[in-house]
Design a protein around this ligand. Structure first.
Ligand code: NDP
Length: 318
């Protein structure tokens, strides 16, 4: 397993990270999560990602039970604050919710601090000064070591850095965007000015587009799969075209490339994300240990993806 710096900063994280969205709770209980996390740790994964929002905090609790057996210094744990409940101050990036949200996350995680706390989304209803000072406070009070953003626009990230410099606050070091062969623009175009200017890294999510890039949806929705178990997500995917016939045709063509390299499409898709030097870590999501083992091998096949293969992939997906 390779370890990459988060942008220009000192923190080093495994190039494959481990995520908990939709899986921890509905699909994986404490015992199965423990087994997969043991396997992840044994294979060099040190980066574990969760949020206050996943399964109403259940994911943080299951993660805490699974990480207990490891030395805290060997782990890089991140959580995200934004969706904390239904009360008027339970969501968003007000100073009140940032502080209370992270306090509650730390209780569920049974930890004194997280390594990275993210603003899970931008919050246009709160002045950037309040957000930046709130994040600065979380770090200076010892509840987090670094902060980042998730799914912010380049303009919002620029504004955050500008305010940090004006107010002498600690700057964000990382953004967490969606990035996969079917969703590329933000990472490859919009963020270009911010990588060098601010030395930010990326911890990217949904490398398999929720499983579409495994080929498992090529002939419909298999029973027990994510889009079968979570109908709201399926509806969203159908509405925004993520699950369109045209996309599935692209996936079928990508499958042929994977076959020619003697790898699984899931491995090709994850390794493809790792080819981007701005990516510090690719967050994996798995609902069983076999998927984990299959996806883990992606790190070893990066070299199979030559420039010609990259061009071939571009020809299919762009
Ligand atoms: P993926 O796009 O990789 O989707 C993961 C899902 O795909 C699995 O749960 C499983 O679903 C299916 N899958 C994975 N591997 C295989 C395989 N080898 N064969 C067949 N099916 C497979 O990642 P996620 O969308 O889960 O994102 C990864 C992590 O990123 C999350 O856990 C979370 O921590 C983070 N994230 C952050 C977000 C943010 O807003 N910042 C948003 C979303 C995720 P199944 O078996 O049920 O079909």
């Amino acid at each position: 397993m390779e370890y990459r710096k988060v942008g220009k900063w000192g923190l080093k994280i495994s190039e494959l990270g481990f995520g908990t969205w939709l899986t921890f709770g509905p699909q994986l209980d404490v015992d199965t999560s423990k087994k997969i996390i043991r396997e992840a740790f044994k294979n060099g994964i040190n980066f574990f990602d969760t949020t206050e929002a996943y399964q109403g905090g259940m994911a943080e609790y299951i993660l805490s039970q699974s990480l207990k057996e490891f030395r805290r210094e060997d782990l890089v744990v991140s959580t995200k604050i934004f969706w904390g409940g239904s009360g008027p101050n339970d969501t968003g990036l007000s100073r009140k919710h940032l502080v209370e949200g992270l306090r509650n996350s730390l209780k569920r995680l049974e930890m004194e601090y997280v390594d990275i706390v993210y603003c899970h989304r931008p919050d246009p209803t709160v002045p950037m000064e309040e957000v930046v000072m709130g994040m600065d406070y979380l770090i200076r009070s010892g509840m987090a070591l670094y902060w980042g953003t998730s799914e912010w626009s380049a303009a919002e990230i620029e504004e955050a850095h500008k305010v940090c410099r004006e107010w002498k606050c600690i700057e964000p070091i990382v953004e967490q965007p969606q990035y996969n062969m079917l969703k590329r623009d933000r990472v490859e175009k919009e963020y270009l000015p911010i990588y060098e200017k601010y030395g930010m890294g990326l911890t990217t999510f949904s490398p398999l587009a929720s499983g579409i890039l495994t080929g498992k949806y090529n002939a419909g929705i298999p029973k027990g799969s994510r889009l079968d178990l979570f109908p709201d997500l399926k509806k969203r995917f159908e509405e925004d075209g993520r699950f369109s016939k045209e996309r599935i045709e692209k996936v079928k063509s990508l499958e042929k490339i994977a076959k020619s390299l003697n790898v699984k499409l899931s491995q090709l898709a994850i390794a493809w994300v790792l080819k981007n030097d701005h990516v510090s870590s690719v967050l994996l999501g798995v609902s069983n240990i076999d998927q984990f083992k299959e996806n883990l091998a992606a790190a070893e096949i990066k070299n199979k993806i030559t420039d010609d293969i990259m061009k071939e992939i571009d020809r299919i997906v762009l």
